[in-house]
Structures are given as C-alpha cells and as structure tokens.
Write a protein that binds this ligand. Structure first.
Ligand SMILES: Nc1ncnc2c1ncn2[C@@H]1O[C@H](COP(=O)(O)OP(=O)(O)OP(=O)(O)O)[C@@H](O)[C@H]1O
Length: 666
C-alpha cells in the first residue's frame, strides 16, 4: 500500500472548553505565526507602496502637465515602478498567506482525523458519516479562512489609515469629503452580509442535503436498482435541488438589492470630490492633480470597507463551524486504556463472567452472559438472529466495554491490556467485510503491511481465495473497486479471512464469515482452516450446520445469555431449543438431520448425513501446529492445495470472477 509520510500536527486545539472558540484555536495560528506575520508584514508594505501611486500621479499632473516644471516621463517611471514593486510584494504576501492557511488546514484535518480514529464504535453508532465528512471538510475550511484571511483583511483595512494620512497631508477639507462615503459603505457592507448570512447558511445545509442523497444513491445503487427505485430517488433529488434553487434565488434577490447601492456609493463620493475639489481648484485652494488623486483614493478604499462586512460574516460562520468541530473533539472515547497497560502475548483462554451490555441507543444485548473458552478450543456460538452473538465478539475486542461483569483473557481483564496489542491479537472477520480500493495483496496485508508475497499467498490459500485471485486479470495486484464491489460477496469474505489469518492472531473470531460462500466451497475452506485453528482459540458465529461442524463445542445463546453448551450431538439430544434454533437459522441443514421446528428433538440426532455428515465434534485435524508457526509452514504451497492455481497474469477463466464456488480444491 502506498503511504505518504505522516507529519504530526504542529499544534493542538486548546482543550479548555470555557475559552472562546477563537482562543481555543489560537495555538494553531501561533504554530505558524512566522509565516502569517511575514505575509502580513509584506501585505502592509505592499499597501504603503500602493497608496503612493495616486499621490505620484497627483504630483506628475501638477508638476509635469500644469506647472510644466518637470518631465512627465520621470513620473511615469515612478508610477510604473511603484506598481511593479506593489505587485511583486502582494504576490509574495499572498503566497505566504495561502501557505499559512493550508498549514492551519492540514493541522486541523489531522487533529480531527486522529481524534476520529480513536473514537469507539459507540461514537460511530451515534453520528452520521455525512455529517462527519462535512465537519472534516467545509467546517475546517470556514475556520481556516477566518484564522488566516481575517488578519489579512484587517491589514487591508489599514490602507484607509495610510490613505487618509496622505490625503490629510495634501488637503484637509477634501480629505474629509473623500472619506465621507466610507463609513456609509462599511455600514451598508455589514448590513448586506447580515442579510445574506442566514441565506448562505441555508444554502450550505441544503447543499449538504443534496450531497447526502447523491451519496446514498451511489452507495446504495444496488438496492435502488434492485427495487427499481430510480424514479423515487430522482424525485427526492429534484426536491432537494429545488430547495437549493430557492435558497440561491433568495441570495440573488438580497445581493441584487444591496450590491448596486454599494457599487454606486464610491461613484457618488467621486462626484462629491469633483464638486468640492473643483470649487477649491477654481478658488485656488488646491491643484487639479489633487482631484485625480483623491478620486483614486475613493476607489481604492472601497474594497477594504466592503470586506469589513465579509469579515463579520466569515467570523460568524467560522464560530459556528468551530463549535461543530469542537463538539467532535470534546467527545472523549469511552474506551479508556489502563494507566499501565499489559503488553503480553495472549494464550487464548477467554472467560465471560456475568457480562451485561446495553448499546448506547438503549438496546439491551447481553444479560449476564457466562462463557468459557479454553486456549486452542474452537467454539461455535449459535443463536437466533439478534440473540447477541456478534456482540460477544465486539466486547471481546473492546469495541464496546461491558456494563457489568467481567471479560478476561488468560485470567486478565481485557481492560488491562494495551488496546492496540489486544486488537492485534484478536482477528475478527465480520460477515460484511470491508475492502479498501487497493490491490488484493494490500487488502490481505492490511494488518501486516510489510508481509511478503509468499505469506500473503499462503493466507489466501488457507482462506480458499488463492484460486479466484489468480484468475483475476492482474492476480494479487488487481485493484478491487470501491469497497471491493467488483468481487462477489463470498470472494470478499475469503479475502477478509485471509487478512485475519495473515496476522496470525492467537484468537480468531469468524462472525458468520462464510455466510456468502457456497456450502461446498465453505467445506474446503474449513478443511484448510482446520489446520490453522488447531492451536488457536476460535469463536465461530455460525448460521449454518456446515459452519458449526468446524467447532469442538457449541454454545447456544438466547436473549443475551447462554442457554446450553456441549457438542453438537449432545445438544441435539439434550436441548430441544437447539434443534428449534437450527431449524430457524438453517432449515435445509436441520431437515437433513431430521430436526423439525418448533423444538422437536430429532430422532437419532446425528443420523442424517447431509452437509454436516460426520464432521461434528471432531475439531482440529492437523494437531501439533504451533500458534507461532508461519502460515507458509501450515499451508506449504499453492500448488499442493490448489493444483489449478495459475501464475499471476495467466489466462482468466471466463465467468469465474463472480462465482463463489471457484478456485478452491476439494
Ligand atoms: N450498534 C448497535 N447499536 C444498537 N443496537 C445494536 C447494535 N448492534 C446490535 N444491536 C442490537 O443488539 C442485539 C444483539 O445484536 P447482535 O448483533 O449481537 O445479534 P446477533 O445474534 O449477532 O444477530 P445476527 O445473527 O442477526 O447477526 C440486537 O437486538 C441488535 O438489534
């Protein structure tokens, strides 16, 4: 996987929630103060240079054209020189300002993202991903703009002071006349921004609404098409787009009402300067050049005064955005690591002791769950849908913490372990695996980025994935589409199993990890897996008899507690509710065994053959393998297990790409 070097943020947001948003953000600005100060300093020099130009024009007109005491070219060169110097200085100032802005943005983005990756599942259950996206993009931008461009706008406004001083030095009454329009422009600018502000917020939130619909359309395109929902989605989008259009129209109405007034005010100012200045020239109180210079100043001063209004609006928006960002940053993770966490290699003894757990939304999932799994044991957790099977896995890896009771691994509370070390040693394969838009090699090697090709291939073979991977156009180098949608569900599951196996964790949790794989393929995967499961503690959340067949022991869960435990055969005989659950989760397999719902014990128990035939309660078959043994040792070569395996780039078997029964040897 290609990784660019990560630079930690240079500053942090002040965690003191009693401070104003600006003071909390100040460390970010301070971290780049030299860059910002250089930019502001240059900007100030640029403005001083710029202010000289109308004055030079005035002297040129008065001396070279009216009095004819000096050559015109001297002044032309001066004006041109000042213009070029001003241009260069402004260019540098802008470059430094933009650099400051992007540095602040970089820091903020990293601060937010490093916080987000530390947040537990409970946090993601509460927030919407679209909202988080917006907080990490447009909200960051709004704050960054204000922090970097705000001071720059203030500096721009100082042009008024320089210009006013210069004008006063030329002609005091005319200077006052020229400045008359400015406060009016500033007041109108602020009023206009105030009127526009709510509408621009409305536009932002409505655009976010459109983005959510588009996002759901793209991500949920398979469901939309499967249910022929295109027209409904189009209508939904049209309505949202209509709301955006309405907000834009309101914005246009307000702007068209205010802008012409603001634009014509300086022109009125010029008329006033011409009237008063002209009268003064006639009376001999000032020069013609002064009228020209003052007109330039009136035009030059207009943008900064208008920007004052913009700055107020930027400030309001930045404050709101900062609060949204702080809301995320001020949410602390409920999953806290122990002060002196244990870093130990896990053997794999798991104990759930009276574990109670309720999800943050109030759904009660576990009610005093007691479960003991010996090191190296393979246990199938069976239960009706919603009985709490996956929750067991989530609590084991501390995606959530139990509300009451204790979960221990090797006799130590899971809360005592170093979090990363604990999760490193628990390989979880979910039923809906997530693949990244990178190569298959990189997807499998996600947990061990430096893994060599041989290890990756060995893991793929064990997961029954090597065969179909080799038939893909670029083999292991094939880049899977977004979330791996270019692969079938079963293929994605096999890659996820390979990903977990490559890490070689002492505890493996297969959460219905082969649900999308054909039963015969699943059997083959299991035979390869059984060699790897022997000395590894494995919890298999099972929905199929064929999956249960892998386990040494079955744990029947109902309503968040363990109902019964024993081998499959024992439970079939002793626990009528087991048969009922089997009949509800795998009717075909249960029928093969003669199990009929509701709760009728099957005559003879194991009499039927079918999918599970003879495989139950057998457990690991290739004993003796060390947990520490490499996958390559356990799965010697691709050719042995997959005789049909072709080298990468070999001819792809037509039609095999989306088929779950491909590429695995019996
Ligand atoms: N993130 C969550 N937030 C709130 N409630 C949840 C969450 N995940 C699961 N639940 C609820 O907790 C209960 C147990 O869920 P769990 O996923 O453990 O069941 P399960 O036995 O694995 O079900 P299935 O066989 O359908 O996967 C269910 O009522 C479920 O709705």
């Amino acid at each position: 996987m290609t990784t660019s070097r990560y630079r930690t943020p240079t500053a942090a947001i002040d965690p003191d929630v009693t401070k104003s948003w600006l003071r909390r953000a100040l460390p970010l600005v301070k971290a780049h103060r030299w860059l910002l100060l250089t930019s502001l300093g240059l900007s100030l020099i640029g403005l001083i240079v710029q202010v000289q130009i109308p004055n030079m024009v005035r002297i040129g007109i008065d001396d070279a054209l009216v009095a004819r005491t000096a050559p015109l070219t001297t002044y032309v060169w001066w004006v041109a020189g000042l213009a070029i110097a001003g241009g260069v200085i402004n260019y540098l100032a802008r470059r430094y300002l933009l650099r400051t802005a992007y540095e602040i943005e970089y820091d903020m983005r990293n601060i937010i993202f490093s916080h987000l990756v530390r947040m537990p599942f409970g946090f993601y259950d509460r927030v919407q991903s679209g909202e988080l996206m917006s907080r990490s993009s447009s909200d960051i931008r709004a704050v960054q703009m204000y922090l970097a461009f705000g001071p720059s706008i203030l500096v721009q406004c100082t042009i008024a002071i320089f210009a006013f001083i210069l004008m006063l030095s030329i002609n005091v009454p005319l200077a006052i006349v020229a400045m008359l329009a400015m406060p009016v422009i500033a007041i109108l600018g602020v009023s206009m921004r105030k009127a526009i502000f709510p509408v621009s917020w409305l536009i932002q939130s409505r655009l976010a609404g459109v983005a959510t619909i588009v996002d759901e359309n793209i991500n949920g395109v398979r469901i939309v098409k499967a249910f022929a929902g295109e027209q409904r989605q189009l209508t939904l989008l049209a309505k949202a787009a209509d709301r955006v259009r309405w907000a834009y129209r309101r914005d246009a109405v307000i702007r068209s009402r205010w802008s012409p007034t603001l634009d014509s005010l300086p022109r009125l100012g010029m008329a006033l300067v011409l009237l008063c200045g002209g009268w003064m020239v006639i009376e001999g109180h000032t020069s013609v050049g002064a009228i020209v210079a003052f007109n330039s100043y009136v035009l030059m001063l207009q943008p900064p005064f208008r920007m004052l209004g913009m700055m107020i609006m930027m400030g309001q928006r930045a404050a709101a955005s900062a609060h949204r960002i702080y809301e995320v940053l001020d949410t602390s993770s409920e999953i806290v690591e122990a002060a002196d966490p244990v870093r130990a290699r896990i053997r794999g003894e798991i104990v759930f002791d009276g574990v109670e757990f309720t999800y943050p939304n109030g759904t009660e999932a576990l009610h005093g769950l007691d479960l003991r799994v010996e090191p190296g044991e393979t246990v199938a957790v069976v239960g009706a849908t919603g009985s709490g099977k996956s929750t067991v896995a989530k609590l084991l890896a501390r995606f959530y913490d139990a509300d009451a009771g204790r979960i221990t691994i090797d006799g130590r509370d899971v809360r005592d372990y170093e979090l990363a070390g604990l999760r490193d040693q628990i390989g979880i394969v979910p039923d809906e695996p997530f693949l990244f838009s990178v190569s298959i090699h990189d997807n499998i090697a996600y947990g061990r980025p430096g893994a060599d090709a041989a290890d990756v291939i060995a893991a793929a073979i064990a997961a029954g994935a090597d065969g179909f991977i080799r038939e893909l156009p670029d083999g292991y180098a094939t880049v899977v589409g977004e979330r791996g949608y270019t692969l079938s569900g079963g293929q994605r599951q096999r890659l996820a199993i390979a990903r977990a196996l490559l890490v070689n964790p002492p505890i493996l949790v297969l959460d219905d990890a082969t649900s999308a794989v054909d039963v015969t393929v699943e059997k083959r995967i299991h035979s390869a897996l059984s060699a790897l499961l022997t000395d590894r503690t494995t919890i298999i959340v099972a929905h199929r008899l064929s999956t249960i067949a892998l386990a040494d022991r079955v744990v029947l869960i109902d309503g968040g507690r363990v109902l019964a435990t024993g081998t499959h055969d024992e439970l079939l005989v002793s626990e009528p509710r087991y048969g009922a659950v089997l009949a509800s989760i795998d009717p075909d397999g249960a029928a093969d065994l003669g199990v009929t719902p509701p709760g009728v014990p099957a005559a003879g128990g194991t009499g039927g053959g079918g999918a599970a035939g003879g495989g139950f309660a057998g457990g690991g078959t290739a004993g003796g393998a060390e947990i520490g043994a490499t996958l390559q040792e356990l799965v010697p070569s691709a050719q042995e297990l997959v005789p049909s395996a072709r080298p990468p780039g070999g001819p792809a078997a037509a039609g095999s790409r989306h088929h779950d029964t491909d590429g695995v040897t019996a």
